[in-house]
Ligand binder design. Structure first.
Ligand code: THG
Length: 265
């Protein structure tokens, strides 16, 4: 599953568009993500600290009424999610829950009520866990608790957290190890990450993102929050999943190729 990341007010170019309610400019970007092959459109206005519910409601209404591609609501704020969820037309993704008690208890009932797919961060409210062992423990606990609470395994997307490799030398390795172990023990749930954090602070970020994507797919990652308009990144996605047996008769690779969704560059 590909979630298009471009509508995020932490991006300098997006903040003023949401500030000024520039519907046409937002829709042009969302359309470019949908046409590039995004399965969901991420909507994040977390930089609007005071009026996030109102801003997210505006964005959600705009996108849901204008474009068929379904929406991923990227917010930990239960008030913002509660306002936006009823506006969705297709399936919903809630991004995200974590093992932190308050967040867990706030978000879980919303996911149950709206039958949403749910992204779950390997975080328990303390510092980001350093080792694969700690992340595995949090991820496994989340999976078992969510399934027990009634979330179907197929609706659970575990996010093992990508840290910039420029800051955390072993961050990439820890993520790969966490996914490999959780995927082996819980093959029925999904794994997702925000890819581009891996390359923060480095030159040629697109190249770093692309090679990391290929490795995470080898470890069992099957879903990504990324820039779907990056055509060589999307080529890497279609090729990599085919190469690890996730593409019967290579039909999805061939279809994406026919649709001109990627290039070899
Ligand atoms: N996991 C989950 N959700 C997430 C993330 C994650 N949502 C937010 C984020 N991480 C993924 N989304 C983006 C969106 C845009 C950019 C990066 C990640 C981006 N960043 C550039 C930068 O960092 O320099 C550009 C900044 C700018 O344009 O000003 O474009 O990990 N579950």
């Amino acid at each position: 599953m590909i979630i298009g990341e471009l509508i995020n007010t932490s991006r300098k170019s997006i903040k003023p568009l949401v500030e000024n309610y520039d519907a046409e400019a937002i829709l042009a970007i969302v359309r470019s993500e949908a046409e590039a092959g995004a399965d969901f459109i991420d909507l994040n206005c977390g930089t609007f600290v005071k009026d996030e519910p109102e801003r997210l409601t505006w964005l959600t209404k705009l996108v849901a009424e204008s474009i068929d591609t379904p929406i991923c609501l990227d917010s930990p704020n239960p008030a913002a999610l509660r306002a936006a969820l009823p506006l969705l037309k297709g399936p919903a993704v809630i991004n995200s829950i974590s093992a932190e008690t308050k967040r867990y208890n706030d978000i879980l009932p919303l996911a149950l009520e709206f039958g949403a797919k749910l992204i779950a961060l390997c975080l328990d409210g303390k510092a980001v866990p350093k080792t694969a062992e700690e992340r595995y423990t949090i991820g496994a606990q989340l999976i078992e608790n969510l399934v027990k609470a009634g979330i179907p395994a197929d609706n659970i997307y575990i996010d093992p957290l990508v840290e910039p490799v420029s800051v955390s030398q072993n961050g990439g390795l820890v993520l790969l190890e966490t996914v490999r172990r959780l995927h082996t023990d819980y093959p029925e749930v999904h794994f997702i990450c925000g890819l581009s954090n891996i390359s923060f602070g480095l030159p040629n970020r697109k190249l770093v993102n692309r090679y990391f994507l290929a490795q995470t797919i080898g470890a069992g990652m099957d879903s990504f929050i990324l820039d779907p308009t990056d055509r060589s990144l999307m080529g890497c996605y279609w090729a990599s999943r085919m190469l690890v047996g996730q593409d019967k008769f290579c039909s999805q690779y061939l279809k994406a190729n026919r649709q001109g969704l990627f290039e070899d560059k």
